[in-house]
Design a protein. Sequence first.
Length: 578
Amino acid sequence: MKNRSYSRSYYWQLIPYIRPQWQNLAKGGVGILGFVIATLALIHLAGRLTTPFGQGNVVAIAQLSSLCAAVFLIRGIAQAIQDIYMAKAALKVAFHLRKQVYSHLQKLNLSYFETAKAGDLSYRLTEDIDRIGEIVNKIFHDFIPCLLQLVVIPIYMLYLNWQLTIAIILVVPLIGILITWFGERVRKFSLKSQNRISDLSAILTEVFSGIRIIQAFAAEDREIARFSHEAERTLQAKYSTERLKAIQIPVVGFLQALSFLFVLLFAAWQISQNNLTVAGFFSYLAAAVSIIDPISHTTNNYNEFKQAEASVDRVFELLSIQPTVEEKTNAIALPLVSGKVEYRQIGFAYKLGQPVLENLNLIAHPGERIALVGASGAGKTTLVNLLPRFYDPQSGEILIDGIDIRDVQLKSLRRQIGIVPQETVLFSGAIAENIAFGQASYNLVDVESAAKIANAHQFIMQLPDGYYTQVGERGVNLSGGQRQRIAIARAVLLDPRILILDEATSALDSESEALVQEALERLMQNRTVFIIAHRLTTVRRSDRILVMEKGQIVESGTHEELLALEGRYARFYAQQFS
């Protein structure tokens, strides 16, 4: 993905997704409080055990041990409560975030997906959001309890001996500075690593979808070399992160060990000065030992938080992308139309200064068949893509039955425009579901009726499970002609008033083309039809043929009229049939 941002990320962006989980968080919070209070009670009991041990009082030791066991049990129950409810909250945060990102991507325009990498998008929707969910879970069930312990236990330590505690507090900032320094670098390395993995995933998606071409052109070695190069870059990025983390652990651990030795020496001096009792020292020691684990967890958590910041950056980068085609807040539902289409002074460019359509005007009357011909890049597909608002023109307006399409709801507009593309895309599921694609519900009788009109019923009934046969990924277990007839059945079931046929028969053999052409003839009855075709045999019976060149209509007429004109269309025709 282009223009990646390496700017600092903030977890507050997750607050709108965390806020609805307040009930689970409250229940988990009760568990956290119980856990911390029980931990503090165990620290206190550790000091009380020293006196009966010194006296050899078995009964007192047994009583205190039983009390410790009960506190341990309460602590374990509290920890289970916090883990269960915090995990539930974190999983729901990840679920709603994933749903939000996926829904947002559905609203983006074709222009975005023409440059975005499918593998990168998949990685952000899966791995990155999973990482965010994991880190939110860590914040709830690990980081917050550790932070609370790091507040409560030092207060208790101050109560036992404030001099010793102040001395320790002076040492802690050094460890904190080191943790912050390492964490920020871990974040930067992690962001680079995750972007490398996304690039690798994008290559895999591209290669697996084009494996036939790769093998046909004997390009396996090239692709292996390209994959190896990207995998090497990924390895180096991940290795840099792991190496930094590996250095951090012994450095911070050594400082923690020095701090512990310092505590022992200072405590011994305090006892010699009668500022601390032996029982108090054992409680203090238990507190010092208890605080090591929260510090260690906080250190590790901080690194993971910095790594997850990269995922937050990447996910919210997607959410920040705004669609270029937007529905007005006061958009109306497009009523059932007769099919009159008007293009008025249309100007359009994919890139500034490189116009594709210039001052184009066109009126298509209800039920009229209009064919668009011309060389590749003349603007034919662009012209029809403006009609369902896959793109918006920079100038001019498009009207259906006199209504500006920018004033209507996108769904109501697109449900009255059927498209049969050159390459039919089928989705995982049954054939019936693919024919009824986009319908809230469907009746099998209607699906069969549409399939019969599309010349698809016969071959469907020969499949193992008929209309309930599961199609493979992208329909690879069906022939091109079969997929195309399913696309026609899909359009028949939609029953649109306007129809776009974009090279619908160009990739078919003669037998399949005949069946598809027959189905198309049925589909085109009483509809406004735009036909894009390079094969002029498919456009001869159109009511009007428009010849496009450099984004403008340069010739218009019937097949016979254009041949008599002896212009561009006549030359195209002569080239194909010479």
